[in-house]
Write a protein that binds this ligand. Structure first.
Ligand SMILES: CC(C)(COP(=O)(O)OP(=O)(O)OC[C@H]1O[C@@H](n2cnc3c(N)ncnc32)[C@H](O)[C@@H]1OP(=O)(O)O)[C@@H](O)C(=O)NCCC(=O)NCCS
Length: 198
């Protein structure tokens, strides 16, 4: 049974799930859309990239498992716990992934994560996708705070966060394990009303 809340929820339960997961547009013809079963091969292939393997320790083992993950993403939307989008060129070619997780509707907070396929990197895909996600999440969707963390050694991810208006709030010492051991993690956040910094 759901506990009684002594404050108003930032987003009343059921609000997000009342509509399908939205498609979000970003400059340069990017369209963020829910994953489709036919994306399984490219999604699996992404995890062959050494950088994605290094920074994302949870990896799918097969296309079947990827499709199970896609099912889990759909369920997460209906349960209002998370959402994952394919970052695409106009809805077709998949360029990357962006996701929200750990949604807390009472407080209006959620975490963000992303990767971009090697061939699409360095063209502003991640930062444009993260900005579009933030504008929707902190606007129409009603979230108050989005946070993300990355290893202090992942300079590209740090730059993406800053370009999308996520201020650096501090360093979480020894907070995560990557393929070469424990890493200190930067915590960044963007809050409703923060001005876009870049
Ligand atoms: C991090 C990642 C998502 C960036 O995607 P992207 O689409 O190339 O990002 P953008 O083009 O929007 O921005 C990248 C920025 O990082 C900078 N950058 C790239 N490599 C860098 C490096 N080694 N050191 C410093 N900055 C770097 C780029 O110059 C660019 O900044 P600029 O626009 O000011 O020049 C992509 O490299 C990736 O998927 N890496 C592997 C997985 C990963 O790290 N995921 C994030 C885990 S927290």
């Amino acid at each position: 049974m759901r506990a009684i809340l002594s404050t108003q929820p930032a987003i009343p339960a059921g609000t997000l799930a009342a509509s399908p997961q939205p498609m979000l547009r970003a400059p340069g013809g990017l369209l963020l859309r829910p994953w489709e079963p036919s994306d399984a091969a490219v999604f699996l292939a992404a995890y062959q990239d050494p950088d994605i393997q290094h920074w994302h320790t949870r990896q799918p083992a097969s296309e079947d498992q990827v499709r199970e993950w896609f099912d889990h993403y759909r369920k997460a939307w209906t349960q209002e716990t998370g959402a994952s989008w394919a970052v695409t060129r106009g809805g077709g070619q998949v360029l990357g992934r962006i996701a929200m997780g750990g949604m807390n509707l009472d407080d209006g907070v959620a975490g963000c994560a992303y990767w971009v396929l090697p061939a699409a990197r360095g063209a502003g895909v991640a930062s444009r996708a993260l900005t579009a996600l933030s504008v929707w999440a902190l606007g129409e969707a009603g979230f108050h705070r989005l946070h993300l963390d990355h290893s202090t050694r992942n300079l590209a991810s740090c730059r993406v966060a800053v370009k999308a208006g996520f201020l650096l709030e501090g360093t979480k010492r020894s907070d995560a394990v990557h393929s070469d051991g424990r890493h200190d993690m930067h915590l960044h956040a963007r809050i409703r009303g923060d001005k876009q910094l870049a």
